[in-house]
Structures are given as structure tokens and as C-alpha cells.
Design a protein around this ligand. Structure first.
Ligand SMILES: [Zn+2]
Length: 390
């Protein structure tokens, strides 16, 4: 059966006023005076492609559950330990909390999520199961990509490598890594294991790299080298990667060239004062996605899962011009799609109709005001309206 939906009087980001006819989940026609039985009157509202959260940790969330006052010790190790110790108290991971967070994200216009999922020797693959269950509950509303993530370390937590491998065997999409030098104290060995698994299971790689300064820069070079050697162009992401934004101009230029040439992407949560130099990345041709990271979990009480919030954070550190703000929104949409490998994404005829209708006159206003999402479509189907799930 062919399903049709006409978005009448839309304002398409980038091309302006038009009607959009959606047929069988894709944009079939863009024009003026189009007709269809099923019509949504948009009254000139802005239409952007579905927001992509390219760096989440939805397995950790307590969304919809109790409020847990933050009490982790400072630093990465403090958060790792705090998270592991207090998880059982709150029943984390919970498919209910994860599902509640996904619901919120969907109503906020997110149509695709790459989430890191903790795999450790205490809970094994429980978080993978919970995340899968939550995505299954929202089937047809949002799509997801899972990264098997050694949050508690790999070399410093023997046995984790076997669990990661089991996750990949069960079909998890990517292999993760974490501070190969700063946390694991053996960058070469850590990366050998991570890239070895990627090669063996034919999956992409997404590595958390918090290490700063020359230590971080060195690991960028190791990652670039391995990506080139294994021909993993377009399949490797460095998450956070603070050393790049810190680097001296000459080093930064060298790393950007290496990343572009190897086809390595960056995922950033645009933390205040530590956002990526987005204009430089764009000029160098390095793909970047934005993400919410953890949302209301034992690591941080903050966040709602809103990708326009994240675009605003990035924009505030990029510049005040409309084009600066649009570049940030680009990272939250097209950038995320490119990094996560979404096919046929966008606002052209033939693209999958993952669309968000926002009550704004243009993209810059959408990011600055972040109005309620009037409509959210996943593959042509209305999945949320005026902030509520349909
Ligand atoms: Zn993260």
C-alpha cells in the first residue's frame, strides 16, 4: 500500500517555501500547488531533516526515574567508580528509563541516535540488552546505532575484551575505546585490540579521547595511522578529542589534514570553553557530529536529550552570525548523518522523510529559540506532534 502525506506551505531549510509530498516514506515531490488526500498545513514553518544525536550514553540514564543528587568524585576515574557503585541502587541499566529518554528525544525531533553502551565485567552485556529493548519499544519512531564501550577500561579491566567481542558477535554496530594512554597506560596495545576487533567483525570504531596536550595529539596520530593502514575510511570517529581544540595552530592544521585524509570524523558535545573549531573542521573537510553525551545519569544531572540545545551550545562557541548558527545545526543534522553513515538523508527528492517541523522563520531562529517541535516524521510517518508522542 502506498502511503502519502503532503506537507503544505513548508519552508525548507536551504531552499525556502514549497509543498513537500511524501510517498512510501520518502520525499517524492517538492513544488507548489501539490495535491494529496492526507495534508498537514504547516503555515510557513521551517522544515529541517531529522536531528541526529551522534554521541549519547542512553544506557546510563535515569530519565523518568528518581532524582539522584550528584556525588561522584571528580575526574574520569571518580565518575567511572561512582557510576559502577551506585548503578544497582537505581536499577541501572533500565529499559524503562532508556525508553522514557528516547521518547523525550523523539518529541524533540531526534530521529537517529548513536549511543555508546557500557560493557564491563560487572554487568556484562546487560546494558546492551536494555538499550536494544528500549529501541524495540520505539521501533519505527527512531533508529539507533550501538557502540560496545569499555567504560571501565579494557587493559585495566581484564576480561572486558571478551565481552566486547561477544557484543560484536551479537551484532552491536561499532567497537568503542577509551583514553588509550591516559586511562589505559598503553595506547598501542589498547588501539591494537580495538582496531583488531573492528577488522575481525567488519565494524566501525568510535574512541573516547579526553587526553589533552601532546599525549592527546600523539594518540590522534596513532588513530590516523591505524585507520589508514586498515582502510577504515569513513568508519572511524574520535569522540570529544579535546587535544585538537587545544593544539597549537601548526599542530592543529597537521592533525586536521591527517583526519581529513584518513576520513576520520569527530563527535563533540560542545562543552563550554572546549567546543571544536567547527569552521576549521568544515574547511578541512572533517565530518563532525554533535551529541548530548549522558543525560541525567550518575555522571551528570544535566541534559534533556535536545539536539537544538546542543546546536546552540556549539553555535555560542562558533560565532553570532546566522551562518555560524547554521553550521552548528548542520553538525546536528547532516554532520550526524554523515558520521553515522545514514543513507539518503536530507531534504531532496528521494531522501528518506525523516523530518522535523519547527515554528521558526529560519534555521538560526530555530536554534536560538528552540520552539516546540510541531511535527516529527520518521520515514514519512508522523511520530510526534507538538511535543508529544503520537
Ligand atoms: Zn561519551
Amino acid at each position: 500500500m502506498t502511503t502519502e502525506l503532503l506537507l503544505r506551505d513548508a519552508n525548507l531549510w536551504g531552499t525556502g517555501p514549497a509543498d513537500v509530498l511524501i510517498r512510501s516514506g520518502r520525499i517524492a515531490e517538492i513544488g507548489h500547488g501539490l495535491q494529496s488526500g492526507e495534508v498537514e498545513e504547516l503555515g510557513g514553518k521551517l522544515v529541517i531533516p531529522g536531528l541526529v544525536d551522534g554521541h549519547a550514553h542512553i544506557d546510563k540514564t535515569m530519565w523518568g526515574g528518581p532524582w539522584a543528587s550528584h556525588d561522584s568524585a571528580p575526574g574520569l576515574m571518580g565518575k567511572i567508580r561512582g557510576g559502577q557503585e551506585r548503578r544497582p541502587e537505581f536499577g541501572i541499566p533500565s529499559a524503562d528509563y532508556i525508553s522514557a529518554l528516547l521518547e523525550n528525544m523523539i518529541t524533540l525531533g531526534t530521529t537517529h541516535v548513536r549511543t555508546h553502551v557500557d560493557v564491563d565485567t560487572v554487568m556484562g552485556l546487560d546494558a546492551v540488552d536494555a538499550v536494544r529493548e528500549a529501541f524495540a519499544r520505539h521501533e519505527g519512531r527512531v533508529t539507533g546505532q550501538l557502540v560496545a564501550f569499555p567504560q571501565a577500561g579494557l587493559l585495566i579491566a581484564p576480561g572486558t575484551d571478551k565481552l566486547l567481542e561477544e557484543a560484536l558477535r551479537q551484532g552491536v554496530d561499532l567497537i568503542g575505546g577509551l583514553d588509550p594512554a591516559g586511562l589505559e597506560n598503553d595506547a598501542v596495545k589498547h588501539l591494537d585490540i580495538v582496531f583488531g576487533l573492528a577488522e575481525r567483525y567488519g565494524v566501525g570504531v568510535d574512541i573516547h579521547l579526553h587526553d589533552r596536550g601532546s599525549l592527546g595529539e600523539w594518540q590522534y596520530r596513532l588513530i590516523i595511522e591505524r585507520t589508514r593502514a586498515l582502510g577504515l575510511r569513513g568508519k572511524v570517529t574520535v569522540s570529544h578529542g579535546f587535544a585538537l581544540s587545544d593544539a597549537a595552530p601548526a599542530v592543529r592544521a597537521e592533525l586536521l589534514e591527517g583526519l581529513a585524509e584518513a576520513g576520520i570524523a569527530i563527535a563533540s558535545i560542545a562543552p563550554p570553553g572546549r567546543a571544536m573549531p567547527l569552521k576549521e573542521l568544515a574547511a578541512a573537510g572533517v565530518a563532525m557530529t554533535l551529541g548530548n553525551d549522558g543525560v541525567r545519569d550518575l555522571w551528570s544531572p544535566y541534559g534533556t536529550g535536545c539536539m537544538l540545545d546542543r546546536a546552540l551550545l556549539q553555535a555560542q562557541q562558533t560565532g553570532p552570525l546566522d551562518e555560524d548558527i547554521e553550521l552548528a545545526l548542520h553538525a546536528a543534522t547532516y554532520g550526524g548523518a554523515r558520521v553515522t553513515g545514514l543513507a539518503d538523508y536530507g531534504l531532496e527528492v528521494g531522501d528518506v522523510a525523516d523530518l522535523v517541523v519547527v515554528d521558526a522563520r529560519n534555521a538560526a531562529e530555530a536554534v536560538c529559540v528552540r520552539p516546540v517541535r510541531s511535527l516529527v516524521l520518521k520515514a514519512g510517518r508522523v511520530v510526534a506532534r507538538e511535543g508529544s508522542l503520537v
